[in-house]
Design a protein around this ligand. Sequence first.
Ligand SMILES: [Zn+2]
Ligand SMILES: [Zn+2]
Ligand SMILES: [Zn+2]
Length: 267
Amino acid sequence: MTEEAARTALLRFLNSKCCYGSKAAGELVIQELKQLTVYRYRLETFHESRLSEWAFEPFPPAGRPRGAAPLPGPPRLPAPPPFRERTRRLRLPHAALVKECHGCHGHGRSKCSVCHGAGWTRCVTCKGSRRSLKQQKRCQLCSGTGRKRCNTCSGRGSKTCAMCQGEKKLQHFKQLVITWRNNVFEFVSAHQLDLPGELLSRVNGENVFRDENVQVYPVADFPEPEICLASQRAVAEHSAAFAASSRILQQRRGVCSKLRSLASSLS
Ligand SMILES: [Zn+2]
Ligand SMILES: [Zn+2]
Ligand SMILES: [Zn+2]
């Protein structure tokens, strides 16, 4: 890279930031250009966790006749492809009970939240004064009543209960919630250079190596000791975070490198 190319790159960077001045960059004397290899280490851990929780649905459920046995869940739940996050719910058999709906106390209807049960709302044109504001005549929109029928509940003051869909009863059941998550640990070497971390994490250079297994080990003999240390930390952190509470299904790790030019200068 030439001095001119370095200056152009610096100016382009400064111009992309609205509040950075570019005067100093235009005038500074570039003393030395250095080539430097930046390495990025990345560990991904794909893990599965399970928990069971209570859920409910209207009883009888829509589309199923009263008294029909609950549908059995899928016989098995295959894991998604590695590193794809997903959540699935599996209904557990033999753990269901039917209770009065707690949303409407078994009435099947609940108070309309727009008119608060009244069935009407204040006329928006005369604001309830019954007269049109400009002409002091009877308001035409509400025929001088100051009220309008509530559109949300069609004047009934109540709506079909959303929780039980008007069925008055709820069936509570237990379900298994299975979550597949992918967690990423990333480390970029050469932090002592004071380059913005955000810039460095976008290092998408050449792959030095990359592998994948049920469990991966720290990098042992990499020429950059920082990368070996970071990989030890990554493997330890992920195993502490996920081995106990969930099941690690797959891990992949990789190091990629990128050559960067650095200019040191006098301003
Ligand atoms: Zn209403
Ligand atoms: Zn009115
Ligand atoms: Zn209800």
